[in-house]
Write a protein that binds this ligand. Structure first.
Ligand code: SF4
Length: 228
C-alpha cells in the first residue's frame, strides 16, 4: 500500500482529518443508517445487525417489532418463536439468547425495560453500563451512544477501518480494540460521530471493499492509495 505523509498538501494531521470530515459531510450529510432513536430499540437493532447485510437486519427488526410489540413480550416469548422471527438476520439461536439475556438484565437493573436513564449519565458511565450487558462489545455500546444519545464517539467497524486504512488514517493490518481506540483518539473532538456515519456511507457507496471507485471519490486528492 503506497503512503504519503500525514501533512499531505501542507495540512497538519488534525487539519487533514477536518478536511476529510467536511467533504464527507457535504457529500452524505448525517445519515442514520436506519438506527432507531431510542437507546434500547437501537441496542436490539444492533444485536440483530451482527454479521449480516443491512437489508436483512432492517427487515428483521421491523418483523420482530410488528410481531411482538413490546420488549417485554420478546423477553417472555419461547426462544424458538423469537428464533423464527429473526431467522433472516442469521445466528438466530445465538442472537435470541443474547436478546433475552440483555432484556432480563436491563429489567433487573432498571425495574423496567428502558434505557432512558442513560441520557443523564456521563460518557464513561454509559459505556461501562452497556459493555457489562451480556455479549455487548464496546463497538456496539459506542453505536448506541452515537445514534441515540448524541455522544461524540467513533465506533470502528469494518467499513470505517477499511476506509481509514486507505486514507492513511489507520495502520495496515486487521482491526483490534486497541487500534480502534487509537484511531478514535486521533480524530479531533467534535468530528468523531460525523466521521463514523459518513465513513460508513462512503465505504458502502464509493470506497467499497473489493473495488473502490476512486474516480468518483471526493477524497481522491487526500488519499495515498487512490487508484492503486
Ligand atoms: S480515493 Fe479510492 S481508496 Fe481512497 S478513499 Fe476514495 S475510493 Fe477509497
Amino acid at each position: 500500500m503506497a503512503s504519503r505523509p500525514a501533512s499531505q498538501n501542507g495540512l497538519t494531521d488534525g487539519g487533514r482529518i477536518r478536511l476529510i470530515e467536511r467533504r464527507l459531510r457535504l457529500e452524505y450529510g448525517r445519515p442514520r443508517h436506519f438506527n432507531p432513536t431510542d437507546p434500547l430499540d437501537d441496542l436490539i437493532f444492533l444485536v440483530l445487525s451482527r454479521m449480516t447485510q443491512e437489508i436483512k437486519y432492517v427487515r428483521t427488526y421491523a418483523r420482530l417489532r410488528s410481531s411482538l410489540s413490546t420488549w417485554g413480550a420478546v423477553r417472555e416469548a419461547p426462544p424458538d418463536q423469537v428464533e423464527e422471527l429473526i431467522h433472516e438476520a442469521g445466528l438466530a439461536p445465538t442472537k435470541t439468547a443474547q436478546l433475552q439475556a440483555i432484556l432480563a438484565e436491563i429489567l433487573g437493573r432498571e425495574g423496567a425495560l428502558s434505557l432512558q436513564r442513560l441520557r443523564s449519565m456521563a460518557d464513561e458511565d454509559v459505556e461501562r453500563y452497556l459493555t457489562t450487558l451480556p455479549g455487548v462489545a464496546r463497538k456496539t455500546a459506542l453505536c448506541v451512544m452515537l445514534y441515540t444519545l448524541d455522544r461524540d464517539v467513533l465506533p470502528v467497524d469494518t467499513h470505517v477501518w477499511r476506509v481509514a486504512q486507505r486514507l492513511g488514517l489507520a495502520p495496515e493490518g486487521v482491526w483490534s480494540e486497541t487500534r480502534g481506540r487509537k484511531l478514535e483518539a486521533r480524530v479531533p473532538a467534535g468530528l468523531r460521530a460525523s466521521l463514523h456515519v459518513t465513513l460508513i456511507a462512503h465505504g458502502r457507496e464509493v470506497c467499497r471493499a473489493p473495488k473502490p471507485d476512486c474516480g468518483g471519490c471526493v477524497l481522491a486528492d487526500q488519499c495515498p492509495t487512490a487508484g492503486s
